[in-house]
Design a protein around this ligand. Structure first.
Ligand code: CO
Length: 211
């Protein structure tokens, strides 16, 4: 049997188990989704949003990319954000990074990963530059790496607050709350790092009028 065939077999077994537990399970889920959370996480296979939060299908709207970045020209991420905030009316947007993130690590060295990855990782180098003084005071390289993971999450949350999508929802509906979290691959625990909500003052340079 090929490895992918095992996935299909497991899917059948899973679906049967769900129906055995709750005959209306798929019927109910197929009608509507009302997730309370949008999750912006890393693509890393070891950080599955539902599994590490013990949530079920229907509970978390998910977007994942390399190193959980919020980039203001990323149409993919912005579409997800707009849909989640304006239509699903999520109450919380969570940016969840993780210690040991390969994308963040790669941005700390000078290797040429070739153009597309270089472009993507450049955004993390920009975070490093912004916090260079704080980071360079940390002599231990592993601890500096951990700190950059945390600062990267914080900076991506700040990026969310710079979008008119978030500012508009804050102004009219006082939601969503924004959260920056970091997941530990070694202990399975999530550490909250940073929060913002409609009461947070943001840099006036990024504030939109006429929302
Ligand atoms: Co990662």
């Amino acid at each position: 049997m090929y490895t992918y065939e095992k996935l299909l077999l497991e899917n059948k077994a899973w679906a049967q188990e769900k129906v055995a537990d709750d005959p209306q399970y798929f019927e109910r889920l197929s009608q509507i989704q009302r997730p309370e959370f949008l999750w912006i996480g890393c693509s890393d296979s070891r950080v599955p949003a539902n599994e590490i939060t013990n949530t079920q299908p229907g509970e978390i709207f998910v977007h994942r990319n390399v190193a959980n970045l919020v980039i203001h020209t990323d149409v993919n991420l912005l579409s997800v954000l707009e849909f989640a905030v304006q239509h699903l009316k999520v109450k919380h947007v969570i940016v969840c990074g993780h210690y040991g993130c390969g994308g963040v690590k790669a941005a700390m060295d000078n290797h040429n990963y070739n153009q597309v990855l270089n472009m993507w990782l450049r955004n993390i180098k920009d975070v490093y530059r912004l916090y260079r003084e704080e980071l360079q005071q940390i002599k231990n390289e592993d601890l500096r790496f951990d700190k950059l993971v945390e600062l990267n999450v914080k900076e991506q949350v700040i990026h969310l607050a710079k979008t008119s999508i978030i500012q508009k929802a804050w102004k009219h509906e006082q939601r969503p709350q924004l959260h920056g979290w970091v997941y530990g691959l070694k202990d399975g625990l999530i550490k909250p790092i940073f929060e913002m909500d409609h009461t947070t003052e943001i840099d006036p340079l990024y504030q939109y009028d006429d929302l």
